[in-house]
Design a protein around this ligand. Structure first.
Ligand SMILES: Cc1cc2nc3c(=O)[nH]c(=O)nc-3n(C[C@H](O)[C@H](O)[C@H](O)COP(=O)(O)OP(=O)(O)OC[C@H]3O[C@@H](n4cnc5c(N)ncnc54)[C@H](O)[C@@H]3O)c2cc1C
Ligand code: FES
Length: 278
């Protein structure tokens, strides 16, 4: 069977560990249970993750892209399929096919400062890129991570955020809409943190993931601060069925998000994103 055909066939993966991230988000760590090795992926690539008899949905891989550690998926319980996946207990089996789609532009990082911008669950598709850039790219410049969530309890990967903030030349900037009494970070939109973040990263390469409205506002704000639109990369989420450019479910204007994306350069999608919001 050739590589393309083999990525269309769901493979069984056993849930080997499970971690509750927030009240409605769970990370599953999974390993192949068909005796074959795990497949590799590039940061931001996704898999079609399923439960037999229920369905399958697109989910980004959230672990370190070194696949000897196998796969993690971080999933918000949004409906029937995600409930069935996150409800699978350790020892149970889900299906995975992939990897699909484009990846974050890690090859452009050498010699550049990098700004990661995430909203809510958007930190999940960015996590593998932060591992690759902040932890492993010796050639990178300074790194800024701007992350916003509804409340402090809704923040994902708190342990990672703490560790990343301790690295040389990595600054983490956090904000929430609704603070608790103990909260010491910012309050408000991620855009309110750009001024302080851009103090330590100069003309950065930007990688951004969050709700469409957040990306529209953040993209506009960054361009107004003289960041070149061709230096901003976003990842998009659309309903998907085949994930290989055949069914048209994920179409956004002339683009198929499963094949042309999910990572796309902002100057290619800014108008399409704005059109959908009006
Ligand atoms: C490239 C890509 C990467 C993704 N990565 C993640 C991830 O890492 N973690 C995660 O929790 N979710 C991710 N999603 C979203 C996830 O696929 C949807 O939440 C899921 O399909 C919902 O299916 P459901 O049957 O549980 O809910 P449904 O009942 O089908 O839908 C629940 C709600 O989610 C909306 N929705 C359905 N499918 C999608 C979709 N594909 N994208 C956006 N909204 C959708 C529906 O319109 C509805 O409002 C990703 C989507 C894409 C396209
Ligand atoms: S999901 Fe079928 S064309 Fe993209």
């Amino acid at each position: 069977m050739d590589d393309q055909a083999s990525t269309l066939i769901p493979r069984p993966f056993e849930v080997v560990a499970k971690r509750r991230e927030t009240h409605d988000v769970t990370t599953l760590m999974v390993e192949p249970s068909d005796g074959r090795s795990c497949f590799g992926f590039e940061p931001a690539q996704m898999g079609m993750i399923g439960v037999p008899g229920v369905g399958e949905v697109p989910i980004s891989f959230s672990n370190h892209p070194d696949t000897s550690r196998c796969l993690s998926v971080t999933i918000r319980n949004a409906g029937a399929v995600t409930a069935a996946i996150t409800g699978t207990e350790v020892g149970g089996v889900i299906t995975v096919r992939g990897p699909y789609g484009t990846s974050w532009p890690i090859d452009l990082v050498a010699g550049r400062d990098v700004l990661f911008v995430a909203g809510g669950l958007g930190l999940a598709p960015l996590r593998s890129a932060v591992f690759a850039v902040a932890e492993e790219s010796a050639e990178r410049g300074s790194v800024g991570i701007v992350y916003g969530a509804k409340t402090p309890e809704d923040m994902l990967f708190k342990g990672d955020l703490e560790i990343w903030g301790e690295y040389d030349d990595v600054d983490v900037h956090l904000t929430v809409d609704a603070p608790t009494e103990e909260w010491t970070g910012g309050v408000g939109l991620v855009t309110a943190l750009f001024e302080e973040a851009l103090d330590s990263v100069r003309t950065p390469l930007v990688m951004m993931c969050g709700p469409d409205l957040m990306m529209i506002n953040a993209g506009r704000d960054l361009v107004a601060r003289d960041i070149d639109p061709s230096d901003i990369w976003v990842t998009l989420e659309r309903n998907m069925k085949c994930a290989v450019g055949l069914c048209g479910h994920c179409q956004l204007g002339p683009l198929f998000v499963c094949k042309d994306g999910p990572v796309l350069r902002y100057d290619r999608v800014a108008d399409l994103l704005e059109m959908r919001e009006v």
